[in-house]
Write a protein that binds this ligand. Structure first.
Ligand code: URA
Length: 428
Protein backbone atom coordinates (compact mmCIF):
# COMPACT_ATOMS: atom_id res chain seq x y z
CA UNK A 1 0.00 0.00 0.00
CA UNK A 2 1.58 3.29 -1.13
CA UNK A 3 1.40 6.05 1.49
CA UNK A 4 -0.38 9.23 0.26
CA UNK A 5 1.23 12.66 0.15
CA UNK A 6 0.33 16.12 -1.05
CA UNK A 7 2.01 16.93 -4.40
CA UNK A 8 2.56 20.53 -3.32
CA UNK A 9 4.46 19.38 -0.22
CA UNK A 10 6.67 17.12 -2.33
CA UNK A 11 7.40 19.97 -4.75
CA UNK A 12 8.15 22.35 -1.85
CA UNK A 13 10.53 19.86 -0.24
CA UNK A 14 12.64 19.68 -3.37
CA UNK A 15 12.24 23.36 -4.23
CA UNK A 16 13.75 24.24 -0.84
CA UNK A 17 16.69 21.87 -1.37
CA UNK A 18 15.42 19.06 0.88
CA UNK A 19 15.76 15.32 0.33
CA UNK A 20 12.70 13.42 -0.86
CA UNK A 21 11.87 10.35 1.22
CA UNK A 22 11.46 6.91 -0.37
CA UNK A 23 7.75 7.10 0.38
CA UNK A 24 7.36 10.50 -1.23
CA UNK A 25 9.17 9.31 -4.36
CA UNK A 26 7.15 6.08 -4.64
CA UNK A 27 3.94 8.01 -4.20
CA UNK A 28 4.66 10.86 -6.61
CA UNK A 29 5.83 8.57 -9.43
CA UNK A 30 2.89 6.21 -8.99
CA UNK A 31 0.35 9.04 -8.68
CA UNK A 32 1.76 10.78 -11.75
CA UNK A 33 1.55 7.57 -13.79
CA UNK A 34 -2.10 7.19 -12.75
CA UNK A 35 -2.88 10.83 -13.54
CA UNK A 36 -3.51 11.86 -9.94
CA UNK A 37 -0.51 14.20 -9.97
CA UNK A 38 -1.03 16.68 -12.81
CA UNK A 39 1.46 17.47 -15.58
CA UNK A 40 1.95 20.99 -14.24
CA UNK A 41 2.81 19.62 -10.79
CA UNK A 42 5.27 17.12 -12.22
CA UNK A 43 6.78 19.89 -14.37
CA UNK A 44 7.41 21.93 -11.23
CA UNK A 45 8.95 18.94 -9.49
CA UNK A 46 11.16 18.14 -12.51
CA UNK A 47 12.37 21.77 -12.52
CA UNK A 48 13.03 21.63 -8.77
CA UNK A 49 15.09 18.44 -9.32
CA UNK A 50 16.85 20.12 -12.24
CA UNK A 51 17.84 23.08 -10.04
CA UNK A 52 18.44 21.29 -6.72
CA UNK A 53 19.65 17.88 -7.88
CA UNK A 54 19.08 14.55 -6.15
CA UNK A 55 21.31 12.49 -3.88
CA UNK A 56 22.24 8.93 -4.83
CA UNK A 57 19.63 7.44 -2.52
CA UNK A 58 16.91 9.58 -4.08
CA UNK A 59 18.04 8.65 -7.60
CA UNK A 60 17.95 4.93 -6.73
CA UNK A 61 14.41 5.24 -5.39
CA UNK A 62 13.25 7.40 -8.26
CA UNK A 63 14.56 4.73 -10.66
CA UNK A 64 13.00 1.89 -8.67
CA UNK A 65 9.65 3.69 -8.63
CA UNK A 66 9.76 4.15 -12.41
CA UNK A 67 10.60 0.45 -12.91
CA UNK A 68 7.67 -0.42 -10.61
CA UNK A 69 5.30 1.74 -12.69
CA UNK A 70 5.07 -0.98 -15.36
CA UNK A 71 6.01 -4.51 -16.39
CA UNK A 72 9.37 -6.14 -15.92
CA UNK A 73 10.48 -8.75 -18.44
CA UNK A 74 12.07 -11.95 -17.21
CA UNK A 75 14.66 -13.68 -19.38
CA UNK A 76 15.85 -16.07 -16.69
CA UNK A 77 14.28 -19.05 -18.51
CA UNK A 78 16.47 -18.60 -21.60
CA UNK A 79 19.34 -20.97 -22.28
CA UNK A 80 21.66 -18.04 -23.16
CA UNK A 81 22.83 -15.21 -20.88
CA UNK A 82 21.34 -11.84 -21.86
CA UNK A 83 23.36 -8.68 -22.38
CA UNK A 84 22.28 -5.34 -23.80
CA UNK A 85 23.95 -2.10 -24.82
CA UNK A 86 22.61 1.42 -24.44
CA UNK A 87 24.07 4.50 -26.04
CA UNK A 88 23.23 7.93 -24.65
CA UNK A 89 22.78 9.05 -28.24
CA UNK A 90 25.04 10.36 -30.92
CA UNK A 91 25.22 11.44 -34.54
CA UNK A 92 25.91 8.65 -37.04
CA UNK A 93 25.70 6.12 -34.21
CA UNK A 94 24.74 2.95 -36.07
CA UNK A 95 26.77 0.69 -33.75
CA UNK A 96 23.77 -1.36 -32.53
CA UNK A 97 23.28 -2.74 -36.04
CA UNK A 98 26.57 -4.65 -36.37
CA UNK A 99 26.97 -5.08 -32.59
CA UNK A 100 23.85 -7.10 -31.75
CA UNK A 101 24.49 -9.87 -34.31
CA UNK A 102 28.23 -9.86 -33.55
CA UNK A 103 27.64 -10.51 -29.84
CA UNK A 104 25.09 -13.23 -30.61
CA UNK A 105 27.79 -15.15 -32.53
CA UNK A 106 29.50 -15.91 -29.20
CA UNK A 107 26.51 -17.38 -27.40
CA UNK A 108 25.03 -14.38 -25.60
CA UNK A 109 21.47 -13.23 -26.34
CA UNK A 110 20.97 -9.53 -27.08
CA UNK A 111 17.54 -8.06 -26.29
CA UNK A 112 17.94 -4.63 -27.85
CA UNK A 113 14.67 -2.87 -27.06
CA UNK A 114 15.07 0.40 -28.92
CA UNK A 115 13.27 3.62 -29.67
CA UNK A 116 12.68 5.96 -32.54
CA UNK A 117 14.71 9.10 -33.05
CA UNK A 118 13.62 12.47 -31.72
CA UNK A 119 15.67 15.57 -32.45
CA UNK A 120 19.15 15.39 -33.93
CA UNK A 121 20.06 11.80 -32.99
CA UNK A 122 18.64 9.02 -35.12
CA UNK A 123 16.62 6.10 -33.80
CA UNK A 124 17.74 2.52 -34.34
CA UNK A 125 14.22 1.45 -35.33
CA UNK A 126 13.99 4.21 -37.96
CA UNK A 127 17.22 2.89 -39.46
CA UNK A 128 16.14 -0.76 -39.56
CA UNK A 129 12.70 0.12 -40.92
CA UNK A 130 14.40 1.21 -44.16
CA UNK A 131 15.05 -2.50 -44.84
CA UNK A 132 12.09 -3.73 -46.93
CA UNK A 133 9.78 -5.99 -44.89
CA UNK A 134 11.51 -5.53 -41.52
CA UNK A 135 9.18 -5.04 -38.56
CA UNK A 136 9.94 -3.62 -35.11
CA UNK A 137 6.80 -5.12 -33.59
CA UNK A 138 7.20 -8.42 -31.78
CA UNK A 139 4.95 -10.08 -29.22
CA UNK A 140 6.55 -11.15 -25.96
CA UNK A 141 6.49 -14.79 -27.11
CA UNK A 142 8.19 -13.86 -30.39
CA UNK A 143 10.82 -11.87 -28.49
CA UNK A 144 11.61 -14.87 -26.29
CA UNK A 145 11.77 -17.23 -29.28
CA UNK A 146 14.07 -14.89 -31.25
CA UNK A 147 16.40 -14.52 -28.27
CA UNK A 148 16.99 -18.29 -28.36
CA UNK A 149 17.39 -18.25 -32.13
CA UNK A 150 18.96 -16.30 -33.81
CA UNK A 151 19.96 -14.73 -30.44
CA UNK A 152 19.84 -11.04 -31.37
CA UNK A 153 16.63 -9.02 -31.41
CA UNK A 154 16.19 -5.33 -32.10
CA UNK A 155 12.58 -4.33 -31.54
CA UNK A 156 10.23 -1.67 -30.18
CA UNK A 157 10.18 -1.42 -26.39
CA UNK A 158 6.39 -1.58 -26.08
CA UNK A 159 4.28 0.68 -23.86
CA UNK A 160 4.36 -1.54 -20.74
CA UNK A 161 7.98 -0.88 -19.67
CA UNK A 162 8.49 2.07 -17.31
CA UNK A 163 5.35 4.01 -18.37
CA UNK A 164 6.21 6.67 -15.76
CA UNK A 165 9.35 7.45 -17.73
CA UNK A 166 7.42 7.67 -20.99
CA UNK A 167 5.15 10.34 -19.50
CA UNK A 168 7.91 12.15 -17.67
CA UNK A 169 10.31 12.19 -20.62
CA UNK A 170 7.66 13.77 -22.86
CA UNK A 171 7.10 16.40 -20.16
CA UNK A 172 10.82 17.09 -19.70
CA UNK A 173 11.13 17.56 -23.44
CA UNK A 174 8.79 20.57 -23.33
CA UNK A 175 9.84 22.04 -19.96
CA UNK A 176 13.60 22.45 -20.43
CA UNK A 177 14.44 19.66 -17.99
CA UNK A 178 16.01 17.03 -20.25
CA UNK A 179 19.69 17.78 -19.63
CA UNK A 180 19.73 16.91 -15.94
CA UNK A 181 22.03 14.06 -14.86
CA UNK A 182 19.76 12.48 -12.15
CA UNK A 183 16.76 12.56 -14.50
CA UNK A 184 18.70 11.22 -17.51
CA UNK A 185 20.28 8.43 -15.44
CA UNK A 186 17.00 7.32 -13.87
CA UNK A 187 15.16 7.57 -17.20
CA UNK A 188 17.63 5.38 -19.09
CA UNK A 189 18.18 2.88 -16.30
CA UNK A 190 14.51 2.42 -15.41
CA UNK A 191 13.86 1.21 -18.97
CA UNK A 192 16.93 -1.02 -19.04
CA UNK A 193 16.20 -2.57 -15.64
CA UNK A 194 12.54 -3.16 -16.59
CA UNK A 195 13.70 -4.81 -19.81
CA UNK A 196 15.13 -7.65 -17.72
CA UNK A 197 18.61 -8.00 -19.18
CA UNK A 198 21.12 -9.61 -16.81
CA UNK A 199 24.08 -7.54 -18.04
CA UNK A 200 24.34 -4.09 -19.60
CA UNK A 201 27.05 -2.01 -21.23
CA UNK A 202 26.52 1.74 -21.51
CA UNK A 203 28.08 3.82 -24.24
CA UNK A 204 28.19 7.29 -22.71
CA UNK A 205 28.93 9.88 -25.39
CA UNK A 206 30.98 13.01 -24.81
CA UNK A 207 31.29 16.04 -27.07
CA UNK A 208 29.45 18.47 -29.32
CA UNK A 209 26.91 15.93 -30.61
CA UNK A 210 26.14 14.39 -27.19
CA UNK A 211 23.98 15.34 -24.19
CA UNK A 212 27.17 15.60 -22.19
CA UNK A 213 29.56 18.13 -23.69
CA UNK A 214 32.18 17.81 -20.92
CA UNK A 215 33.95 14.61 -19.96
CA UNK A 216 33.47 15.28 -16.18
CA UNK A 217 29.69 15.30 -16.72
CA UNK A 218 29.79 12.18 -18.88
CA UNK A 219 31.81 10.35 -16.22
CA UNK A 220 29.39 11.45 -13.51
CA UNK A 221 26.43 10.22 -15.58
CA UNK A 222 28.23 6.92 -16.26
CA UNK A 223 29.04 6.40 -12.57
CA UNK A 224 25.45 7.01 -11.52
CA UNK A 225 24.05 4.68 -14.18
CA UNK A 226 26.54 1.94 -13.31
CA UNK A 227 25.51 2.28 -9.63
CA UNK A 228 21.80 2.12 -10.55
CA UNK A 229 22.27 -0.99 -12.68
CA UNK A 230 24.48 -2.75 -10.18
CA UNK A 231 22.18 -2.00 -7.25
CA UNK A 232 19.29 -3.46 -9.25
CA UNK A 233 21.22 -6.70 -9.83
CA UNK A 234 22.24 -5.96 -13.45
CA UNK A 235 25.99 -6.37 -14.18
CA UNK A 236 26.68 -2.91 -15.60
CA UNK A 237 29.72 -1.11 -16.97
CA UNK A 238 30.20 1.93 -19.18
CA UNK A 239 32.55 3.17 -21.88
CA UNK A 240 33.02 6.90 -22.37
CA UNK A 241 33.32 7.58 -26.10
CA UNK A 242 33.95 10.57 -28.33
CA UNK A 243 31.02 12.32 -30.01
CA UNK A 244 32.74 15.53 -31.09
CA UNK A 245 32.51 14.38 -34.71
CA UNK A 246 29.92 11.98 -36.22
CA UNK A 247 30.70 8.27 -36.09
CA UNK A 248 31.69 6.91 -39.48
CA UNK A 249 30.90 8.53 -42.80
CA UNK A 250 27.12 8.48 -42.87
CA UNK A 251 24.30 10.19 -40.97
CA UNK A 252 20.72 9.22 -41.84
CA UNK A 253 18.63 6.09 -41.78
CA UNK A 254 19.26 3.95 -44.91
CA UNK A 255 22.73 5.50 -45.34
CA UNK A 256 23.68 4.25 -41.87
CA UNK A 257 22.29 0.75 -42.56
CA UNK A 258 24.50 0.56 -45.66
CA UNK A 259 27.54 1.53 -43.59
CA UNK A 260 26.69 -1.03 -40.89
CA UNK A 261 26.53 -3.70 -43.61
CA UNK A 262 30.01 -2.64 -44.78
CA UNK A 263 31.27 -3.26 -41.22
CA UNK A 264 29.61 -6.69 -41.22
CA UNK A 265 31.39 -7.40 -44.50
CA UNK A 266 34.72 -6.84 -42.77
CA UNK A 267 35.22 -3.23 -43.97
CA UNK A 268 33.73 0.10 -42.92
CA UNK A 269 35.19 3.17 -41.20
CA UNK A 270 37.86 2.58 -38.54
CA UNK A 271 35.99 4.42 -35.75
CA UNK A 272 32.80 2.39 -36.27
CA UNK A 273 34.77 -0.87 -36.28
CA UNK A 274 36.79 0.15 -33.21
CA UNK A 275 33.70 0.98 -31.16
CA UNK A 276 31.77 -2.08 -32.32
CA UNK A 277 34.62 -4.39 -31.30
CA UNK A 278 35.22 -2.61 -27.96
CA UNK A 279 31.54 -2.75 -26.99
CA UNK A 280 31.22 -6.39 -28.10
CA UNK A 281 34.19 -7.36 -25.91
CA UNK A 282 32.76 -5.46 -22.96
CA UNK A 283 29.32 -7.05 -23.43
CA UNK A 284 30.72 -10.57 -23.70
CA UNK A 285 32.80 -10.04 -20.54
CA UNK A 286 29.69 -8.80 -18.73
CA UNK A 287 27.76 -11.86 -19.93
CA UNK A 288 30.50 -14.20 -18.72
CA UNK A 289 31.49 -15.11 -22.29
CA UNK A 290 34.74 -13.13 -22.63
CA UNK A 291 38.04 -14.06 -24.24
CA UNK A 292 36.98 -14.31 -27.89
CA UNK A 293 38.59 -12.75 -30.97
CA UNK A 294 35.59 -10.59 -31.71
CA UNK A 295 37.15 -8.72 -34.65
CA UNK A 296 37.69 -12.01 -36.50
CA UNK A 297 33.94 -12.61 -36.65
CA UNK A 298 33.50 -9.36 -38.59
CA UNK A 299 36.15 -10.43 -41.08
CA UNK A 300 35.16 -14.07 -41.63
CA UNK A 301 31.42 -13.66 -42.23
CA UNK A 302 30.07 -15.06 -38.94
CA UNK A 303 28.68 -11.67 -37.86
CA UNK A 304 27.19 -11.17 -41.33
CA UNK A 305 25.45 -14.56 -41.15
CA UNK A 306 24.02 -13.57 -37.76
CA UNK A 307 22.84 -10.22 -39.17
CA UNK A 308 21.09 -11.93 -42.08
CA UNK A 309 19.32 -14.31 -39.72
CA UNK A 310 18.37 -11.45 -37.37
CA UNK A 311 16.88 -9.38 -40.21
CA UNK A 312 15.10 -12.34 -41.82
CA UNK A 313 13.61 -13.43 -38.47
CA UNK A 314 11.82 -10.06 -38.30
CA UNK A 315 10.46 -10.20 -41.86
CA UNK A 316 13.23 -8.17 -43.51
CA UNK A 317 15.02 -8.96 -46.75
CA UNK A 318 18.76 -8.53 -46.17
CA UNK A 319 19.37 -8.62 -49.94
CA UNK A 320 16.83 -5.94 -50.86
CA UNK A 321 18.09 -2.64 -52.26
CA UNK A 322 17.92 0.13 -49.66
CA UNK A 323 15.94 3.28 -50.47
CA UNK A 324 17.88 6.20 -51.98
CA UNK A 325 16.77 9.84 -51.69
CA UNK A 326 15.60 11.54 -54.88
CA UNK A 327 17.78 14.66 -54.60
CA UNK A 328 21.47 15.24 -53.85
CA UNK A 329 23.45 18.40 -53.14
CA UNK A 330 27.24 18.34 -52.92
CA UNK A 331 29.01 20.64 -50.44
CA UNK A 332 32.55 21.39 -51.67
CA UNK A 333 35.57 22.40 -49.60
CA UNK A 334 35.97 26.18 -49.47
CA UNK A 335 39.73 25.88 -49.37
CA UNK A 336 42.54 23.35 -49.30
CA UNK A 337 43.66 21.93 -45.99
CA UNK A 338 43.15 19.13 -43.53
CA UNK A 339 39.75 18.72 -41.89
CA UNK A 340 40.35 19.54 -38.23
CA UNK A 341 36.82 19.50 -36.80
CA UNK A 342 33.43 18.39 -38.02
CA UNK A 343 30.78 19.46 -35.53
CA UNK A 344 28.61 16.42 -34.79
CA UNK A 345 25.69 18.49 -33.53
CA UNK A 346 25.57 20.60 -36.72
CA UNK A 347 25.67 17.50 -38.92
CA UNK A 348 22.96 15.87 -36.80
CA UNK A 349 20.70 18.91 -37.10
CA UNK A 350 21.39 19.19 -40.84
CA UNK A 351 20.46 15.54 -41.36
CA UNK A 352 17.31 16.06 -39.32
CA UNK A 353 16.39 19.10 -41.43
CA UNK A 354 16.93 17.04 -44.58
CA UNK A 355 14.15 14.74 -43.33
CA UNK A 356 16.06 11.95 -41.57
CA UNK A 357 14.67 12.89 -38.14
CA UNK A 358 11.43 14.05 -36.60
CA UNK A 359 10.37 16.98 -34.41
CA UNK A 360 7.25 15.34 -32.97
CA UNK A 361 6.98 11.66 -32.28
CA UNK A 362 4.11 11.25 -34.78
CA UNK A 363 6.16 12.69 -37.70
CA UNK A 364 7.30 10.37 -40.52
CA UNK A 365 10.98 10.17 -41.45
CA UNK A 366 12.55 9.90 -44.88
CA UNK A 367 14.39 6.61 -45.39
CA UNK A 368 17.03 7.97 -47.77
CA UNK A 369 17.64 11.44 -46.27
CA UNK A 370 20.94 12.27 -44.62
CA UNK A 371 24.59 13.07 -45.22
CA UNK A 372 27.58 11.22 -46.64
CA UNK A 373 30.91 12.52 -45.34
CA UNK A 374 33.55 12.37 -48.08
CA UNK A 375 36.35 13.88 -46.04
CA UNK A 376 36.43 13.44 -42.31
CA UNK A 377 38.62 14.67 -39.44
CA UNK A 378 42.33 14.28 -40.23
CA UNK A 379 41.87 13.95 -44.02
CA UNK A 380 43.29 16.34 -46.62
CA UNK A 381 40.97 18.08 -49.06
CA UNK A 382 41.59 20.36 -52.03
CA UNK A 383 39.53 23.52 -52.51
CA UNK A 384 36.44 22.61 -54.60
CA UNK A 385 36.59 18.88 -53.82
CA UNK A 386 33.40 17.22 -52.45
CA UNK A 387 33.29 17.39 -48.66
CA UNK A 388 29.73 16.29 -47.92
CA UNK A 389 26.78 15.00 -49.98
CA UNK A 390 23.35 15.94 -48.69
CA UNK A 391 20.35 13.74 -49.57
CA UNK A 392 16.62 14.38 -49.33
CA UNK A 393 13.40 13.69 -51.24
CA UNK A 394 12.42 17.38 -50.90
CA UNK A 395 14.97 19.79 -52.41
CA UNK A 396 13.41 22.77 -50.58
CA UNK A 397 15.04 21.32 -47.43
CA UNK A 398 18.60 21.94 -48.65
CA UNK A 399 18.74 25.63 -47.66
CA UNK A 400 17.88 25.04 -44.01
CA UNK A 401 20.38 22.18 -43.81
CA UNK A 402 23.11 24.29 -45.42
CA UNK A 403 22.40 27.09 -42.97
CA UNK A 404 23.37 24.93 -39.98
CA UNK A 405 26.40 23.49 -41.78
CA UNK A 406 27.98 26.92 -42.20
CA UNK A 407 31.10 26.86 -40.03
CA UNK A 408 30.53 23.22 -39.00
CA UNK A 409 33.76 22.09 -40.66
CA UNK A 410 37.10 23.69 -39.85
CA UNK A 411 40.34 23.22 -41.77
CA UNK A 412 43.96 23.39 -40.85
CA UNK A 413 46.54 24.47 -43.40
CA UNK A 414 49.37 22.38 -42.00
CA UNK A 415 47.91 19.08 -40.96
CA UNK A 416 46.01 17.63 -38.05
CA UNK A 417 46.61 14.44 -36.11
CA UNK A 418 43.24 12.99 -37.14
CA UNK A 419 40.55 11.77 -34.84
CA UNK A 420 42.46 9.11 -32.91
CA UNK A 421 40.66 6.55 -30.78
CA UNK A 422 36.99 7.15 -29.96
CA UNK A 423 37.47 5.34 -26.62
CA UNK A 424 37.96 7.89 -23.84
CA UNK A 425 37.48 5.91 -20.65
CA UNK A 426 35.70 3.15 -18.76
CA UNK A 427 33.54 3.02 -15.64
CA UNK A 428 32.49 -0.12 -13.76
N1 URA B 1 17.44 9.05 -23.15
C1 URA B 1 16.49 8.65 -22.28
O1 URA B 1 15.94 7.58 -22.41
N2 URA B 1 16.18 9.47 -21.27
C2 URA B 1 16.75 10.66 -21.08
O2 URA B 1 16.43 11.34 -20.15
C3 URA B 1 17.73 11.08 -22.00
C4 URA B 1 18.05 10.25 -23.03
Amino acid sequence: MVERFDAVDVIRTKRDGGELSRQQISWVIDAYTRGEVADEQMSALAMAVYLRGMGMDEIRHWTRAMVASGDRLDFSGLSRPTVDKHSTGGVGDKITLPLAPLVSVFGAAVPQLSGRGLGHTGGTLDKLETIPGWSAKLSREELMARLEDPGAVICAAGPGLAPADKKLYALRDITGTVDCIPLIASSIMSKKIAEGTSALVLDVKVGAGAFMKRSEDARKLAEIMVDLGTSAGVRTSALLTDMSAPLGRTVGNALEVAEAVEVLEGGGPADVVELTVALAQEMLEAAGQGGHDVAAALKDGRAMDAWRRMITAQGGDPDAKLPVARERHVVRAERSGVVREMDALCLGIASWRLGAGRSRKEDPVQAGAGIVIHKTVGEAVEAGEPLLSLYTDEPERFDRALEVLRGAVTYDGWGSPGRGSVLLGRVG
